[in-house]
Design a protein around this ligand. Sequence first.
Ligand SMILES: Nc1nc2c(c(=O)[nH]1)N[C@H]1C(S)=C(S)[C@@H](COP(=O)(O)O)O[C@H]1N2
Ligand SMILES: [Mo]
Length: 325
Amino acid sequence: MLIKSPKSWELPERLVTSESVYMNRCHFLKKLGFAGAGAWGLLSGCNRMKAGSQDAPKTVRDTIPAPTGIYPASRNTRYTVDRDITAEEIAASYNNFYEFTTSKENVWKLAYQLKTEPWKIEVVGEVNRPQTFDVDDLIGKMPMEERIYRFRCVEAWAMTVPWTGFPVKALIDLVQPTSKAKYMRMLTFLDEKQAPGQKQQPWYPWPYYEGLNMAEATNELAMFVTGIYGHALPKQHGAPIRLITPWKYGYKSIKSIVKIEFVEKQPKTFWNDLAASEYDFNANVDPDVPHPRWSQATERLIPTGERVPTKKYNGYKEFVAHLYA
Ligand SMILES: Nc1nc2c(c(=O)[nH]1)N[C@H]1C(S)=C(S)[C@@H](COP(=O)(O)O)O[C@H]1N2
Ligand SMILES: [Mo]
């Protein structure tokens, strides 16, 4: 396992100072008129933190947006975890996002090419109020909050992450699916100019697609996520909006969503179409159901590699076990 751990001398001041202190100083410097070319050195860190930069990042910190706007949102303490939050630079440099590359350590180096502003999400299908949202408008309408969740990939690695977003149910209440809607299908963008992995790996059935049944989608745990670690999502995490279903393996949590469709029949899903015997539709975390090629009894914490027991439904039994009774 290759994890690039940051050397202490590489840490920008922003990560040593608390982020809010740092941002206030940026704001203060700008207010004083230090925005001219001469002040570039002083302000460079501030400018780098604008969300949606199209410049190639030099370090993973260059990919991390500033905590502006609704961020940080207040934390909902109903959702607790029994282990430490993963360091932000670790989570931001160990990603699965095959649209860019299958090399987890390199996703952040390529994902900057995704243009995330403006970003629209189309809601269609069996729904009384089909509509297209601009993602910023949607964020303005939704009850945004932070939740710390356990995160578990089917490949047996795990992290602990503070996400910011809103319950999927809040969007469902807004668009009002019809009584025929039994599943919610979601789609990622398709653009091989921005996503080199879509061009270089034509054997994958792009764009990435996933789905949940309505009971899962309206479960309180299911979130549409727009932020992480108290700021907007870096592109490698699926900016500007992705799904999080913490009781399921990570492949369900589709990134950079452009379309949501309510349908009658169980939709096909990307990984299930590729290898049905390895990736089922439900994808519920279960220590007793091994993947055909490895055990799921334990999981590997990133970045230490420490092995800990896998929990049924990833520790969220009390919230979701009734869905599968
Ligand atoms: N569009 C898209 N969504 C995706 C993936 C992907 O390759 N493409 N990978 C999935 C997998 S396998 C995992 S484990 C998580 C990883 O999320 P993270 O990189 O934010 O930790 O994203 C999921 N969502
Ligand atoms: Mo995954």
